[in-house]
Design a protein around this ligand. Sequence first.
Ligand code: OGA
Ligand code: ZN
Ligand code: ZN
Length: 398
Amino acid sequence: MNAVESTLEVASFTPYPITHHPIHIELHEESMTVTWDHQHKSEYHYLWLRDNCHCPECISTKTREQVFEICDVPYTIKPSNAYITDDHRIVVDWDYADHTSKYHPGWLLSHCYSEEVVQSKQWKPILWDKERITTELPRAKSSTLIQSDEVLLTWLRDLRDYGIGIVSDVGTELGSLKAVTDRIAFMRESNYGTLFDVTTTAKANTSANTNIRLPLHTDLSARELQPGLQFLHCLVNDATGGESIYVDGFKIAEYMREHHPEEFRDLSTIPMTFNNKDPYCDYNYRSTVIATDSNGEVTEVRHANFIRVPIDVPAHQTMALYKAYQCFIRLTREPAFQLFFRLTAGEMVVFDNRRVLHARNAFDLKTGMRQLQGCYIDRDEFLSRIRILERSTTLSGS
Ligand code: OGA
Ligand code: ZN
Ligand code: ZN
């Protein structure tokens, strides 16, 4: 079978290289155990196998989306016959509706859902403090990101894992960041525009466009979906002050979980409301500062004290929320957690705005100019780009 046929055999756009062969199958009441030639055993439930039939009747060959719906077979469906073919496929004849399914070994093994495999595939952020990020901060040159898919993929994976990275030699023209962002995805628009300027203006509708200190925050925290990646491209930075500060919000959350468990619990369960308004817009969103998923993993940090509205939780939670909130902000102010640097003209910092907090010191307009240009790209677009690059580059791992 040639490579194209074996890809079409799997109703997906992702290639599934065959790394191991099934050598034995054992049928049980509700599931089948497959033993692979590296001795790994995978258990696949019959309902799961029927659900994942790749035949053209069950999955559209065009969109590669499922047409079949599992409710159309009995809950107790079983194989009437099952065997391994000479070319290492597993074939199952079903005891219902005269249907046969054939499983590609590369696809089947990569979808093994044993606990150890699922856990080993779980993405884990690389948490950082000052010491770690000072030596490990992901850096790339704009021209190499533009020219090489492999450099781009490596840098994007680092950006995903650390939540921050620097691009140098972006240029000092307005809009020159686009050469880099175009390599990733389209931008996310907001009421500040698609590309926004961070410069001092007389009619500023946000503290960002003044010369005052901006405390640590995430951008657009009054939106239900905070923007994912934030790009801040430095065009001019010759005023005194204006240094940048970045803190890994996930690191702070995990530090709290370990050292201040009650405060962690309260900050991840008791909400507060964020409100952002000017004469033309009024955004409002209520959420916890730390968001976790169904496994308790931290997925997001939301923090902008300057647009938080008065706390309005039940009286028995008020002091607990203040205690947790004080604890969180005090930790973010610890220099040991802070990446502190000065952006230079032509440099661009990129960070996961739903994870990494950013701040800047006040700057003195009498001493010079400071001008940045920024934009956002949502997490989904950026992660999709990584997966697409992974389909075609030779770099392994994820
Ligand atoms: C912002 C901001 C940082 C800076 O525009 O939201 O945080 O360095 N700017 O000016
Ligand atoms: Zn089918
Ligand atoms: Zn900001």
